[in-house]
Design a protein around this ligand. Structure first.
Ligand SMILES: NC(=O)c1ccc[n+]([C@@H]2O[C@H](COP(=O)([O-])OP(=O)(O)OC[C@H]3O[C@@H](n4cnc5c(N)ncnc54)[C@H](O)[C@@H]3O)[C@@H](O)[C@H]2O)c1
Length: 436
């Protein structure tokens, strides 16, 4: 049976490589569509959790994995040689930055080598990880073709960017429109056919490079606009004007304006990282990326700005930051998820501690910190109660989780630094609330 026939009758086995925030829901989407799935991950803890029917990503819900296990057509393994079993291999591995803001493609390369090791005719390999234009053709294709098989004839390669937004309730993997670009027309056609079985709307584009670039444009668009409102925040705050009210006012325009919101700094695996993938690649063609670098500069200055506002607010109340007890609310980089990657809360904690503050954090989604690439804070979330709130000199709102009762925070904290406008609707006195 050809790959096309296997896709049509949903007998094609879908291998998902990298079972994190992107790979796990994608595997569930193909499984829901009726395909047999097999997940690959280097993390043995994830593989055993999956075999036990346990989900390890909080916002995906408790039944996502157990439903797959119960239904069958499901397997997970750390044995990359089993990639030979899969008809389709979709790679969702990390694409972080190196120490000098250069792309770290080691995970993508490793995955390509793993696929190449057992490549057989009739397989389709798709990269979903965010990366610079040219990665699929320049990094993946040569590794696969080194086996002597020909892309577009013997096997197929495409790029389809993941547009996952963890924690969002109005969209899921299945409802977010999906771009697909092939290395050649046949690869693009087969990949489009495949995704149309699991995703409501699939948009084929003319090449892998267009799909790679579109993903970067989406994320750079966000990074630049967030930088713009962060700059507006700093300027308007100095003028005594409330940026949040200004954004709400501008948002009443029915066309030509899309609201973006300021914050304590960028977080997550995408916006702080992906733009630099293009910056790096642009050097190859001798082009500067001034917007990207300026946006990075403005956004990276935000934690420092928030710390300065905190120090000044304490000072006005006759309190030095040295020795002050500060509680940071929210360690995750955005509301209602347990994802702490690149979260600005870590930098806020580090900077405040450097100034001599004694910092605790509370996050209903993050019970304790774990070792990360840059930080190893070894902290545990402290309980949040009226008594506990009143014990701190300052409460710094970094993430506006829905689980927080802002009225209780307002009623019991001595001083609040609010970076998210989380306390906009609280009643009673407000002179202890400082926006930052
Ligand atoms: N998280 C998001 O919101 C989001 C959104 C859009 C795009 N993306 C992109 O998707 C990609 C994956 O992101 P993520 O958030 O799912 O990352 P993640 O860290 O949650 O998951 C990656 C998984 O890959 C596994 N892995 C690492 N090396 C491997 C290898 N050689 N073989 C098999 N598995 C391996 C890791 O153990 C981990 O489970 C990145 O390129 C990211 O930029 C992420």
């Amino acid at each position: 049976m050809t790959l096309e026939q296997k896709i049509e009758n949903k007998s094609a086995k879908i291998g998902i490589i990298g079972l994190g925030y992107v790979g796990l829901p994608l595997m569930a989407a193909f499984h829901r569509a009726g395909f047999p799935v097999v997940g690959f991950d280097v993390d043995p803890k994830k593989i055993s959790a999956l075999h036990e029917g346990r989900n390890y990503i909080e916002h995906l819900g408790t039944t996502l994995v157990s439903n797959m296990v119960k239904a069958g057509r499901f397997d997970a393994t750390a044995d990359m040689k089993r990639m030979a079993e899969a008809d389709v291999l979709i790679s969702c591995v990390p694409t972080p930055l190196g120490r000098h803001l250069e792309p770290d493609l080691s995970y993508v390369e490793q995955t390509a080598d793993d696929i190449a090791a057992t490549l057989r005719p009739g397989q389709l390999a798709v990269l979903e990880s965010t990366t610079y234009p040219g990665t699929t053709r320049e990094i993946i294709l040569p590794r696969l073709e080194a086996k002597g098989l020909k892309c577009g004839k013997d096997f197929f390669v495409a790029y389809s960017p993941e547009r996952e937004d963890p924690g969002r309730s109005d969209h899921s993997t299945q409802t977010i429109p999906k771009l697909v670009g092939g290395i050649d027309p046949e690869s693009g056609r087969l990949a489009t056919l495949l995704y149309r079985k699991a995703i409501n709307q699939v948009i084929p584009v003319s090449s892998a490079e267009v799909a790679e670039s579109a993903k970067l444009l989406e994320n750079i668009y966000r990074a630049v606009n967030i930088a713009l409102v962060n700059e507006m925040k700093v300027v308007l705050t100095a003028m005594g004007i409330d940026i949040w009210e200004v954004i709400a006012a501008a948002s009443t325009k029915p066309f030509g304006f899309q609201p973006f919101y300021p914050g304590p700094g960028l977080g997550g695996h995408c916006i702080p990282i992906d733009p630099y993938y293009l910056t790096w690649k642009a050097r190859e063609v001798g082009m500067p990326t001034r917007f990207i670098e300026l946006a990075g500069e403005v956004n990276h200055a935000m934690p420092e700005y928030v710390v300065r506002r905190t120090v000044l607010a304490l000072n006005e109340r006759g309190k030095a930051v040295k020795g002050a007890k500060i509680l940071v609310l929210g360690l995750a980089y955005k509301p209602d998820v347990d994802d702490v990657r690149e979260s600005p809360s870590f930098e806020l904690i580090e900077k405040l501690e450097e100034l001599g503050a004694r910092v605790d954090y509370n996050d209903p989604h993050v019970a304790r910190t774990h070792k990360m690439r840059r930080y190893d804070l070894q902290m545990e979330s402290v309980p949040l109660s009226p008594e506990n709130l009143s014990r701190y000199d300052c409460v710094l709102v970094a993430t506006h989780h829905k689980a927080y009762d802002w009225q209780i925070v307002a009623d019991h904290a001595k001083l609040i630094i609010d970076t998210r406008n989380a306390l906009r609707n609280v009643k009673g006195k407000r002179d202890h609330i400082v926006t930052a």
